[in-house]
Design a protein around this ligand. Structure first.
Ligand code: ZN
Length: 309
């Protein structure tokens, strides 16, 4: 069954204000989210977890007044949703957690060729994992949740292209379309690499200038470079990790023209490979919740710096 893009956001929307409030409370206590104990766990569920308590609290009063007012209370709750405020208020950020942990169960679907403008490519790939079996797709979703919390705390509207809410994918072309349709001010696709042991460090992947079919990156090459440069610089500061020693000549930046997620984007977008899962030292970082929080912070700082000019 094909999932419609309009379906996933609906159940998540009510949980956003509550998540933002929790974040603010947590950020008020220095370092309380450092090991992920507070922030990331505020929203691990399927999004419906915040609604029941407030709904239940209002029902006793409703029993006195029968039918007509029944539809009244729920819309009236809407104004209680706190308006997003902060330096990123009014900005939209799309986070794209690379891969899907169950892609390997759907090889036919993810091997389907999709049009990426310049050529055709697989819908998605399985992603890599550490030698001990920690999947890249689990890493990307965890960092994305942490990143979402940090950005929402600054008032940004944040959408995820995928949130453990479908059996496989989405395909790379759909991942790009989600950012485009949202009119995102910035999109970051979160990944970790699977290279040879000894290859270490992170790198940010920028869109090359490409044109063909539905792909035309001419308008996003410049802003995406700016976005990527800021993320790279602030990722170093937040994590202490060095730029890749095997790609990008120690700049932490690489440019590619073969990624559908970049080629089809019409809004500023970069990928980040946070480290190399197949290197034992990098894997020790990637499997640490504390380090993932730092990684999310570095990416958030980069996005924030870019959006604030
Ligand atoms: Zn990846």
């Amino acid at each position: 069954m094909r999932h419609d893009e309009s379906a996933p956001p609906t159940p998540h929307r009510p949980s956003l204000p509550a998540a933002a409030v929790l974040t603010v409370l947590c950020l008020g206590l220095a370092g309380c989210g450092a090991d992920g104990g507070g922030t990331a766990q505020a929203q691990p569920g399927k999004g419906g977890d915040t609604a029941p308590s407030s709904a239940a609290a209002s029902t006793p009063a409703a029993t006195a007044s029968p039918s007509p007012s029944r539809t009244g209370p729920s819309p009236s709750k809407r104004p209680t949703a706190p308006a997003a405020s902060g330096p990123l208020s009014g900005r939209t950020v799309v986070i794209d957690p690379g891969h899907n942990p169950d892609n390997h169960l759907h090889t036919a679907e993810i091997n389907r060729q999709v049009d990426i403008g310049t050529t055709h490519k697989e819908c998605d790939t399985t992603g890599t994992s550490t030698n001990s079996g920690y999947a890249e797709a689990r890493f990307t979703l965890d960092v994305s949740h942490r990143l979402r919390t940090l950005l929402q705390a600054q008032g940004a509207k944040v959408l995820l292209t995928y949130d453990d809410d479908r059996p496989f994918g989405p395909c790379v072309d759909e991942r790009a379309r989600i950012g485009n349709k949202a009119g995102a001010d910035a999109v970051v696709s979160v990944h970790a690499d699977g290279s040879a042991a000894g290859n270490r460090g992170f790198h940010v992947i920028l869109p090359a200038s490409v044109r063909g079919g539905g792909a035309d990156t001419s308008k996003i090459v410049g802003p995406s470079r700016e976005l990527g440069t800021r993320i790279a610089g602030l990722f170093v500061r937040a994590t202490g990790s060095a730029p890749s020693n095997y790609i990008g000549g120690n700049t932490g930046l690489d440019t590619r023209k073969d990624l559908g997620g970049l080629n089809l984007s019409t809004v500023p977008k970069v990928f980040i490979e946070c480290g190399n899962m197949r290197d034992p030292k990098d894997a020790a970082l990637l499997t640490s919740a504390g380090w993932r929080q730092k990684a999310a912070q570095g990416i958030a700082d980069g996005i924030s710096s870019y959006l604030n000019g």
